[in-house]
Design a protein around this ligand. Structure first.
Ligand code: NAD
Length: 513
């Protein structure tokens, strides 16, 4: 199989000695067992990374807590300047980093580049924000007094991230956390460990060039056991964790037990409502990209289509027809639309979900299955499947992180479709396809979609960094990225200052001595 420039990309990112077990950067002290990273693209070993032991973790925390004292004292716009330089480095390294993301995670090269672009965009956003961490001045009820609100950094922010966005999710968190004056300790996914090391190499270079301590950005490597060091650590006031609902349930409880804050970004079960006036030119690409893009491994992937019975046959046939055009193969080859699943465990989960859907009464419209033969040696390539199903099936109620799309009908008013859309435990992304203004507004109203993201005439996947990103219910309730999501990375302090010669008490209370 062609190399697609992977070796060059790895060398450019400082990962040339990866077969020795990388522990690059002075703050990545990892000395533990070796984690091997195999590409789902061709099944080959890409490199090895050492996991962090508890001792390594303690060294990282020492470096981070000491760096915090330097970093928090820098004016926020100066911190923004460092983030600007980091964004510029990412611009220079967009192609090699995009390639590594694609090769290690399996998403298309275009999506790998898109992920790095998101990192660049959030850096730009953070640079602007570094001059806008504004508090408020609040009228005091007491004469000669002024009240105001200030935002202070929290300290060490812990970031735990999932395999499917192995670099962007970190940057969403870290770019904002940094300009807010925090330092970060990141545990990336054990399924894409080289992506974390590559990112650490990039920021370490920027920090070094500015004579700043590398402890401002730290990584630890490993699986959930290393994640537990973070969740249990009272020195970490905020843990931002992205991953499955199963993980979030454990992490949320652990962090809450010690009165830490958690920002949870968990699984979705996203639906598109397709009404009688939906425009098929928009519906078909929106639904198909949403369902098969990143091989169905986005938290915002489209899992369910809720189609009005009057247009059901037409929409079904158009979508099934479009599935016939999908090219599955090496994601670094730009002719392919769909790459592999992350690993063979995921393939098993996908196959089991199809069997379960059938057992519950689902009718397969587009057959799934594992691809074999030349180009598919990794065993991780599967065919996107479409199944006619009902919303109450147990398997439909669950997020299967694979390209399986469930089609279901609704009849009558849009309220019936909204009820189905909301009738799952997750609440991340949702959309409606309609030309009717009233239907669209109902969907966006308090009585409409219960998700954190509700779109009209676009699909469920592919959010922009300018908006707050996250979802309700079992998706965890967290918001990160744009809008005022920065506030979660800071602590709010209310100040009352008396510039009079008296001491009037609040609520008119008299206390004469
Ligand atoms: P996962 O839950 O298996 O792992 C996510 C991360 O959590 C990994 O780094 C893992 O090591 C760590 N982890 C797992 N258990 C832990 C524990 N008990 N304590 C501390 N850390 C622990 O998820 P995954 O398979 O990597 O990713 C897929 C899932 O992530 C899907 O459910 C997807 O919807 C979700 N996701 C959500 C968003 C979002 O923004 N809502 C974004 C991306 C992915």
């Amino acid at each position: 199989m062609a190399d697609f420039g992977i070796k060059e990309a790895l060398a450019t990112l400082g990962l040339q000695e990866i077969n020795e077990g990388t522990s690059t950067g002075s703050v990545n002290f990892s000395n533990g067992e070796i984690i091997e990273s195999y590409s789902p693209v061709d099944g080959k070993l890409i490199g090895k990374v050492k996991a962090s032991t508890k001792e390594d973790y303690e060294k990282v925390m020492d470096a981070a807590t000491s760096a915090f004292k330097t970093w928090r004292a820098m004016p926020a716009p100066q911190r923004g300047e460092i983030v600007r330089q980091f964004g510029n480095k990412l611009r220079e390294l967009k192609e090699p980093l995009g390639k590594l993301v694609s090769y290690e995670m399996g998403k298309s090269y275009q999506e790998g580049l898109g992920e790095v672009q998101e990192m660049i965009d959030i850096c730009d956003f953070a640079v602007g924000l570094s001059r806008q961490l504004n508090g408020q001045v609040i009228p005091s009820e007491r004469p000669g007094h002024v009240m105001r609100e200030q935002w202070h950094p929290l300290g060490v922010v812990g970031i735990i991230s999932a395999f499917n966005f192995p670099v962007a999710v970190w940057s969403w968190n870290t770019a904002l956390a940094w300009i807010c004056g925090n330092v970060c300790v990141w545990k990336g996914s054990e399924k894409a460990p080289l992506c974390s090391v590559a990112c650490q190499n990039i920021i370490a270079e920027v920090l070094k060039a500015n004579d700043l301590p590398e402890g401002i950005s730290c990584i630890v490597n490993g699986d959930y056991k290393v994640g537990e060091y973070i969740t249990e650590d009272t020195r970490i006031p905020l843990v931002s964790a992205t991953g499955s609902t199963r993980m979030g349930r454990i992490v949320g409880a652990k962090v809450a037990e010690r009165f830490g804050k958690s920002l949870l970004e968990l699984g979705g079960n996203n639906a598109i409502i397709i009404t009688p006036t939906a425009d098929l030119k928009v519906v078909v690409p929106g639904a198909v990209f949403g369902a098969v893009g990143t091989c169905g491994q986005r938290c915002t992937s489209t899992r369910r289509l809720i189609i009005h019975e009057s247009v059901y046959d037409k929409v079904r046939d158009a979508i099934v027809g479009a599935y016939g055009q999908i090219k599955i193969g090496n994601p670094l080859d730009e002719n392919n639309h769909v790459g592999p699943l992350i690993d063979k465990d995921s393939v098993d989960t996908y196959l089991a979900a199809i069997e379960k859907a059938k057992a519950e009464g689902g009718k397969v419209l587009v057959e799934g299955g594992v691809l074999e033969g030349e180009g598919y040696e990794s065993g991780c390539y599967v065919k996107p499947a479409i199944i006619e199903a009902e919303n109450h099936y147990e398997i439909v109620q669950h997020e299967t992180f694979a390209p399986i799309l469930y089609l279901m009908k609704y009849s009558g008013d849009v309220e019936n479709a909204i009820e189905l859309q909301n009738g799952v435990a997750q609440g991340l992304s949702s959309s409606i396809m309609t030309a009717e203004m009233k239907e669209a507004e109902k969907f966006l109203s308090f009585a409409g979609s219960d998700c954190g993201i509700a779109n009209v005439n676009i699909g469920t996947s592919g959010a922009e960094i300018g908006g707050a990103f996250g979802g309700e219910k079992e998706t965890g309730g967290g918001r990160e990225s744009g809008s005022d999501a920065w506030k979660v990375y800071m602590r709010r302090q209310t100040n009352t200052v008396n510039y009079s010669d008296e001491l009037p008490l609040a609520q008119g209370i008299k206390f004469d001595l």
